[in-house]
Design a protein around this ligand. Structure first.
Ligand code: PLP
Length: 282
């Protein structure tokens, strides 16, 4: 596997990561995951644009242009011969002795990346998954795709220990999003999802799905709903770069709607699949 670090493509053995990297100490950095279908990056511009927005929100500048990062990502896909998979790219505030405030001397951000094969989650797409509601104890800037993921890690672990694929983050009784996904409920033909505020990450897949709803004249309300209302939805699904449109068929052990992937969810899945660059749909 060939990795990218600080302007170089290199093997894992030659990766030189410092203990003084602020990402390592503080999670002081941002990241993106971009899906690769058929050897092509999917919605790369949107992801890298969000990377720059996340960096700017934490007062960090990225020493590359958007196009340069896309070229690096493409090179990782090519040298690692990735057909279906994803690239991971992160930028930290650089290497400096451990003090909380930004380094006094200008230090360059550390940019690292790799590409790995990862099949589409066919089984989950087909059967749906179970989810568990978890208290959202995160900070108030969930719109930043930051490396600080401890609350997300703890939430996902709690869900996994209960045999669930995802945690539904609930703040003051309201469904926010998943620990690494966005959440959608469908009631009487209307698709509901939390508005893109500071309390959720505005997922790229979320945006694609909202666009598909519009194109297919499926009514959408970017409006909050409670976890109680979630239990009474006709259908439920979650979205992310790797999960695509995954039906959620059970929440906290109770079946949602019919307990199997619903018709509107399936329509959205099919529409999603139609617009990704896959020549062979297996
Ligand atoms: N919400 C959170 C907290 C996430 O970590 C992610 C992605 O990992 C998402 C939502 C979905 O975003 P995207 O569709 O851009 O992958």
């Amino acid at each position: 596997t060939i990795y990218f670090i600080d302007g170089q493509f290199t093997s894992k053995d030659s990766l030189n990561i410092s203990i003084d990297d602020r990402g390592y100490y503080f999670g002081d950095g941002v990241y993106e995951v971009v899906k690769v279908y058929d050897g092509e990056l999917y919605t790369a511009e949107e992801h890298f644009e969000r990377l720059f927005q996340s960096a700017s929100k934490i007062k960090m500048s990225i020493p590359y242009s958007e196009q340069q990062l896309i070229d690096i990502a493409k090179e990782l896909v090519k040298t690692n011969d990735i057909k279906t998979g994803h690239i991971y790219i992160q930028v930290t505030r650089g290497v400096s002795p451990r003090v909380h405030q930004f380094p006094e001397m200008e230090v360059p951000p550390v940019v690292t990346g790799y590409a790995i094969p990862n099949p589409r989650p066919y089984k989950n797409l087909e059967d749906g998954v179970s989810a568990k509601t978890v208290d959202d104890v995160r900070w108030l800037r969930c719109d930043i795709k930051s490396l600080n993921l401890l609350a997300n890690v703890l939430a996902k672990q709690e869900a996994y220990e209960d045999g669930c694929a995802e945690a539904i983050m609930v703040r003051d009784g309201v469904v926010m999003e998943g620990s690494s996904s966005n959440m959608f409920g469908i009631k009487n033909g209307v698709v509901y999802t939390h508005p893109a505020t500071n309390l959720i990450l505005n997922g790229i897949t979320r945006r694609v799905v909202l666009k598909l709803c519009k194109e297919m004249s499926i009514p959408v309300e970017e409006k909050t709903f409670t976890s109680e209302e979630a239990m009474k939805m006709d259908e439920f699904f979650m979205t992310s770069t790797t999960a695509e449109v995954t039906p959620v068929v059970k929440i906290d052990g109770k079946a949602i709607g019919s307990g199997s992937p619903g018709p509107i969810t399936k329509k959205l899945q099919e529409a999603f699949t139609r617009q990704i660059p896959v020549t062979v749909i297996g």
